[in-house]
Design a protein around this ligand. Sequence first.
Ligand SMILES: [Zn+2]
Ligand SMILES: [Zn+2]
Length: 360
Amino acid sequence: MLLPENKERGFAMEQIKAYGVQNAVSLLSPLQITRRVVGAEDVAIDIAYCGVCHSDIHQVRNEWGNSIYPMVPGHEIVGIVTAVGSKVKRFKVGDKVGVGCMVDSCGECPDCKEGLEQFCSHAVMTYNSLEKDKKTLAQGGYSTKIVVQQDFVLSIPKNLPLDKTAPLLCAGITTYSPLRHWRAGPGKRVAIIGLGGLGHMAVKIAHAMKAEVTVLTRTLDKETDAKQLGADHVFATSDAQTFEKLARHFDLIINTVSVKLDWGQYLGLLKRDGSMVLLGVPSDAPQLHAFPLIMGRRSLAGSLIGGIKETQEMLDFCGKHKITADIELIPIGKINEAYERILKAQVRYRFVIDMASLKK
Ligand SMILES: [Zn+2]
Ligand SMILES: [Zn+2]
């Protein structure tokens, strides 16, 4: 349904179905949101599936203290193009496309010019963010439709199934980018800490890059799974001997967990000049002594999703190597239950919402 002209943005708005929250303590429930109609540079997407990221929960519940309501989360969006603006050349109606964590950026700063839009201080995130007009709330993928500036729309390789591809838009790029940046590849020993949504993608991607992959996980419960995903070795971090056996062993450690760990202990597993990259954000900062860094010229680093160019590169890489996420498909009505199961680490390895359940 089309609403009257929105004078502030200069174009009509369309009302669509979504699922979201009104405040930090409410459960997710149905709500209506408006999307702009397609501008010259826009792509309209009928959303088929949306992955459920742990950061959706953090933001819905205002755990990072920056939430804006009402909020429709979701930044692992895949669907089919239903309309394109007059200046859109790369996409046409019927194309399989994706949208990740960002929907716009300034386009002019050094980060944007280098294709690293995720570091742009004016980047518009897919939800919990204001659009460039600084007024309109960006709303995410737990909805039936989205309209996105063409430069932030990704092509999905034709051979990949849409539902299992959705998590690549956040979990995939978040792990691909540091593996590429720190040069995972043949002859490199890479450790992945944690085997959740991010960790299981990191294992698949690092394996496809031909690195020697070790999973470091609290217990050996998931050992069989880890090896099926592509891990060469699995070690339990609850076993103190693990840290002796693997001392000075790895070129790169990707830390996907957001619980507090003894970073110094893990840095001791790096060879000289090795790096440990943080992807998760523990709620309180661990203490770190300088010795594990100095003794071996090691680095402690962080990484944030990836730029649009690299996200397309990741999708093409996953198409070539037939990599998708291991998912549990749910109707939108199960989303609150899914959040509780994510918090108990009871999903192997990503929930994906079948958006047909919202269109009924
Ligand atoms: Zn995410
Ligand atoms: Zn910028």
